[in-house]
Design a protein around this ligand. Sequence first.
Ligand SMILES: Cc1ncc(COP(=O)(O)O)c(C=O)c1O
Length: 370
Amino acid sequence: MRDSSETALRLPAHIRATKPYQPGKPIDALAREIGVRPEAIVKLASNENPLGMSAAARAVLTDAGTELARYPDNDCHALLAALSRRFDVPAECLVPGNGSECVLGLAATAFLEPGRNAVYAQYSFQAFVNAVQRTGAAHKVVPAHNYGCDLEAMLAAIDENTALVYLANPGNPTGSFVSGASLERFLTAVPSHIPVLLDEAYSEYLPVDDCYDSLAWVRGFPNLIVTRTFSKAYGLAGLRVGYGVAQPPLAALLNRIRPAFVVTALAERAAVAALNDEAFLVRSCAENHKGLAQLYAGFDSLGLHYLRSRANFVLVQVGDAAMVNASLLRQGVIVRPVGVYGLPDWLRISVGTGAENLRCLAALQQAMQA
Ligand SMILES: Cc1ncc(COP(=O)(O)O)c(C=O)c1O
């Protein structure tokens, strides 16, 4: 048999150095490991919507019929038309993706190569790191300020080789937030030949007072790409639908290099239905707000330090996070250790239903006493 080891394949050094994405542990995997039914497991590890998805989206899925024997619409016409109507942006500005992670990756593919660099903040989403690494470009990781982006320092880090800036707002895993006014100043200061990808995976959860109109900025900044997803507040994480918004030339470039049929037919139909069910979105955000307050109160009573979050998860400092996580898993509760982000004392806990949050807090109390 041929030697297919990485050495024999003569991989480029930057590909050899890639690390796999570490997702939250699947419910079924833990159920098998600890010998319980999957229904007994609480998963608060991947910032999914604890309410599931809109009934309208679910109805579309059960009614998909035989159309799945055909390829999807490569242009995602129905989805782009729905997004265009909903957000008042021309369809030529939209880039559909297999999750927004796909669009983050397209930006890296388009702009990065060895000799160039990408600027992003410490504690940034792992997918930024991986997307940059796959291109062979250098990482310019800017130290965080209070666990959030230091925009001044990010500006200062930009140099003649910078070819992409990634910024998530709110950020994952810290839940940090920079105001719309600061972001707009930042965008104005970044040289217009350097693309800035503003990742808004959690923007639906922002309290009204913190909302800003990034899609209006797209009209003014030819280098801005805003990405959003159906995986979080819309509850369609398993279907993988996201999108980018940019001025038409930039959107056309990203569309040119995206894989064919990037959104499945089923996912497209469900995303359109979800987009039109505003009431579900409002309810999801209200529940998230309540759940965050519930988790904060629980952490307060356990005497645990945590970071106030603008998203659907909270970072809580538990000391020996590996040990606490192991105890939580034994109790059937999956959360996310964040050692890979350089935060070995912390756990990231997604907001669940009221009952799930209670189970998690009770398990945490037991784990902390052990
Ligand atoms: C900051 C951030 N951006 C993007 C994503 C990717 O979401 P998706 O690819 O499911 O759209 C996530 C998922 O956890 C995230 O936390």
